[in-house]
Every structure is written in structure tokens, then in C-alpha cells.
Design a protein around this ligand. Structure first.
Ligand SMILES: [Zn+2]
Length: 129
């Protein structure tokens, strides 16, 4: 179903038909029917699952092609970043603990995907391999 550039006046969910505002295709109760919203929710759920796996005791292995590894790459591809800065960026998105972020970064370094330059203390920079 094409949602773009179409002005809706009523919820398109079968059996609802509630009036909508701002030409939206669904009422607030049925926003989940929009493909984009569904995709975002599915991605958030996958992200949460990955984060829980990494934070488990004992921690699960990092999925090098997973969402969290991809997010690390997305951050450091823009600019080299200190480990502490990366921790802040990732923790806001993924709610990962600092030790978990450290393990993620180390696992990615071992896999040759990123480099950690400089001294290991907080001044060390994470750069793309
Ligand atoms: Zn509705």
C-alpha cells in the first residue's frame, strides 16, 4: 500500500475508521500498521536482543554483522572517536554498559574491523581498520 503523498482522513486499519489528523493513514492506536513503524520496531527489538545477549552472564559473542557492530562502524566511519566517546554514543542508543561496550570494541579489533590507537586509557582512539 502506498502511503506517500496521500491524504488520509480516516484510519486505514480494517474495522477502525477513526478520524485521523494531519492526513495520517492510521489513528494513534494503529500506528503499528505502517510498514515503516513496523520496520523500526522490528529493528529495535533485534537491537535489544543483541544488547541482552552481549550483557548476559556469561556474555554472548558479538555478531560481527549485527546491528551493534554496524553501529560502531557507522560512528567511527564519520570520525575517529575515543573509546569513552564511543561508549557514550552507543550507550545512549543501545543502553549497553561500559564494560560491554569495551568487550564489543575489543572483539571488533580482534576481528580486524577497527583499530584502537594510542594508549588504552580513555584517550585511545577507535578508528576504522
Ligand atoms: Zn485505527
Amino acid at each position: 500500500m502506498a502511503y506517500h503523498r496521500q491524504a488520509f482522513t480516516h484510519c486505514q486499519t480494517a474495522g477502525c475508521g477513526r478520524e485521523t489528523r494531519d492526513a495520517k493513514p492510521h489513528c494513534p492506536d494503529h500506528l503499528g500498521a505502517i510498514p515503516y513503524v513496523r520496520a523500526v520496531r522490528a529493528q529495535l527489538a533485534a537491537y535489544k536482543q543483541e544488547a541482552e545477549c552481549l550483557s548476559a552472564d556469561p556474555p554472548g559473542r558479538l555478531d560481527q554483522s549485527g546491528l551493534i557492530a554496524r553501529e560502531v562502524i557507522a560512528h567511527v566511519v564519520r570520525m575517529p572517536m575515543t573509546i569513552s566517546r564511543l561508549k557514550l554514543e552507543l550507550r545512549s542508543a543501545a543502553k549497553l554498559s561500559a564494560p560491554t561496550v569495551e568487550r564489543v570494541v575489543r572483539a571488533m579489533e580482534r576481528a580486524g574491523r577497527i583499530h584502537i590507537t594510542g594508549c588504552v586509557r580513555d584517550g585511545a582512539m577507535v578508528v576504522l581498520a
